[in-house]
Design a protein. Structure first.
Length: 280
């Protein structure tokens, strides 16, 4: 089923419920037993797990205490309720990517948020919001950089990113900023934190040319696909749609350059931007 703005957030609450059920069962507690310890009925716990009812903050905090989850449910609750740094259609994606075991992205025109430097993120934000206050821009950049913490985690997801060669040639933020951005991507690849491929422009037409494509896999939930254009995004979990998206991604990956050649292409573009920056 397609997830729009409301559906995207609902998907994240469903993930909240699934995680609650998993951790409750791992603790050997029934819904009634957990409910008694956090001062709600067992029926309420069941409704939380099915994403029918959303817990109050104090209940989420007590669940953390009982299940010893180190603030997981409180943090997730606060993101779902309070975090306004993301568009409604993207908020659930930001929550889910932190829980993903594997993320595969195709970016036809803009470096994916998980790979962006602060300068690149600021330039992209200002391009779309030229009259925005500094505080707004800073919040948007901070939100993007916060998401990248998952790549520094020892339990980080397997992360594939396929970049269209066109985006390697656009000096977003200026020559020096773009050189820094490409050097950052190359460093992550060399540190084996991400696997980055380049789709050469010489390939011509490709699958999913009109927008970003992201596939996410999880330990205890079905895979999802997220697609995004300039003003909207959709999170989908229909198995047939996810299968089609995976097929599209496989086609793109099959047309991409090898990891070694891709890295060389990225580093070459970075050097070109450095030269341009030094002569202007």
């Amino acid at each position: 089923m397609a997830k729009g703005a409301h559906g995207s957030r609902q998907a994240a609450w469903e993930f909240f419920g699934a995680e609650l059920k998993r951790r409750r069962e791992n603790a050997g507690l029934t819904q009634v037993e957990l409910g008694a310890r956090v001062f709600v009925s067992g029926g309420y716990i069941g409704q939380f797990e099915q994403a029918i009812r959303k817990p109050q903050l104090d209940v989420a905090q007590r669940i953390d205490d009982v299940l010893q989850t180190e603030g997981f449910f409180e943090r997730t609750w606060r993101k779902l309720i309070d975090d306004k740094r993301y568009a409604d259609y993207f908020a659930a994606v930001a929550d889910l990517e932190a829980l993903a075991t594997k993320i595969c992205e195709f970016a036809p025109s803009v470096v994916p948020g998980l790979l962006q430097t602060a300068s690149y993120a600021k330039a992209v934000t200002l391009a779309a919001n030229p009259f925005a206050a500094d505080e707004y821009v800073d919040d948007m950049v901070s939100a993007r950089l916060d998401r990248q913490r998952i790549l520094a985690d020892a339990a980080r997801p397997v992360y594939w990113a396929i970049l269209h060669e066109n985006l390697l040639s656009v000096p977003v933020g200026g020559y020096a900023a773009m050189a820094e951005q490409l050097e950052h991507i190359a460093a992550l690849a060399r540190e084996r934190k991400v696997l980055v491929l380049v789709l050469p422009r010489a390939e011509g037409a490709c699958a999913s040319m009109t927008g970003d494509l992201r596939l996410m896999e999880f330990d205890d939930a079905p895979p999802t696909v997220y697609t995004e254009t300039s003003f909207w995004g959709e999170l989908l979990d229909d198995p047939a749609v996810v299968k089609r998206a995976q097929h599209a991604y496989d086609l793109i990956r099959g047309a991409a350059l090898s990891p070694g050649v891709s890295l060389a292409r990225i580093e070459s573009a970075a050097k070109d931007f450095r030269r341009c920056a030094s002569t202007t």
